[in-house]
Design a protein around this ligand. Sequence first.
Ligand code: ADP
Ligand code: MG
Length: 421
Amino acid sequence: MSSKEIDLHSELKKYFGFSKFKGLQEQVIKSVVANENTFVIMPTGGGKSLCYQLPALIKDGTAIIVSPLIALMKNQVDAIRGISKEEGIAHVLNSSLNKTEVKRVKEDIKNGVTKLLYVAPESLTKEEHVEFLRTVTITFMAVDEAHCISEWGHDFRPEYRNLRHIIKRIGDNIPIVGLTATATPKVQEDILKSLDITNATTFKASFNRPNLYYEIRPKTKNVDADIIRFVKQNEGKSGIIYCLSRKRVEELAQVLQVNGIKAVPYHAGLDPKTRVKHQDMFLMEDTDVVVATIAFGMGIDKPDVRFVIHHDMPKSIESYYQETGRAGRDGGEGHCLAYYAYKDIEKLEKFMSGKPVAEQEIGQALLQEVVAFAESSISRRKFILHYFGEEFDNATGEGGDMDDNVRHPKKQHEAQNEVSI
Ligand code: ADP
Ligand code: MG
């Protein structure tokens, strides 16, 4: 089947009901359909899933989709099943399945029913699975969240390192599609090398979020009062406030509540029931603000988050970008306000002190970028985009005046010299 013979737009409409491709999707899909190794770098929400889902649905055989999170895999499988009468069209293969279920999955693959097989990398280390997959038609292997392969990524998973080896065992010429939302040039290089697809056709979307306003304020002892003022000025709007520690989350949520602000805490130390309740309250707008650790946000798709506040600086520019990226998903206003004190960076350094030296070195380098970013007097947007290997011209680029340094130019290191707590 060549891509020329297939009308991708009608396939898109047929399976997903969309009438247009988003961004680079069509080019990516053509590359995947043509069995090329393909590397896709698109920000979160860019529509990466469709880049492998549609080719998988079109092709004869089964595509293997590697993904790190069981919850995300389940969501996708349910969504795909929803567009087909055939339940077996998508399956998950993981350790939670019993023998009968595994048998059913394998039957469906053998019979050519299953177009997408979602696997966690651990499942692929099982000999019996690998042996089985060698005997069936694999169309391609998509590695979602491919940054997990890199120690320089924000979510390194050692199991991802074995993928290349396993793919080779399953088949010699299986095309590979790597996808990620967090690709600094360093992570990109790691992904391509580790998957052994340095010949891949690379598609990189812009990471610019023109509707987000970036601002960094020096963190003084009045930070809580400052946050209260900010939230009150934005009454009725949804926002997320990130803190480093669970303790701080609890304290700040309380301070906000006492000040008449609808706020709830969220962190991994809360029991699952409370977590779900607080998350639902946010989605249903029963609360305006969630004060949270980074445990909050993965997979949260609330389009009208109007502000993201960092009470403490995150541990890397990628984290900052991901977390602020939860604001303004609908294209509307999104104010990203972060409080910076060098002391907080030292705290983050201390957290790393128990870790292996190599990991500490990487952590330090990432933190130094955060410091440079916070203390810089150049455009925040320009800085972030440069970090992602993208040149940005504030005079002509979209959102070029949407940050504090551009709007209110200040002397370099002014922020650094303020009193910090
Ligand atoms: P990513 O994995 O890049 O973060 P997703 O694949 O989860 O993004 O897609 C984000 C959203 O965009 C989903 O709600 C998806 O349904 C939607 N989407 C993807 N492609 C299109 C399209 N061509 N037209 C409209 N919506 C799309
Ligand atoms: Mg995704």
